[in-house]
Design a protein. Structure first.
Length: 71
């Protein structure tokens, strides 16, 4: 159950040009590994999602730290 939820989350993160790139990469990677194409797409989607969160969270933490130093 949880595994399917993670896979759905990863695949849903692949939209737009990132989705096109992820789908294009997933098939050759799946052929060369023991993972299915769906699993590879989910992993790529989770990486994209994680990077997007990182790009939002790090500047937010820096802004809070900067405000604390000024106070």
């Amino acid at each position: 159950m949880a595994n399917q939820t993670v896979m759905t989350l990863g695949e849903s993160a692949l939209t737009g040009w990132r989705g096109a790139a992820g789908r294009a990469v997933a098939r050759p990677v799946a052929r060369r590994t023991r993972f299915s194409e769906e699993q590879v797409r989910a992993a790529i989607g989770l990486l994209v999602l994680g990077y997007a969160i990182y790009r939002i969270v790090i500047p937010s933490f820096r802004a809070v730290q900067r405000d604390r130093r000024r106070a």
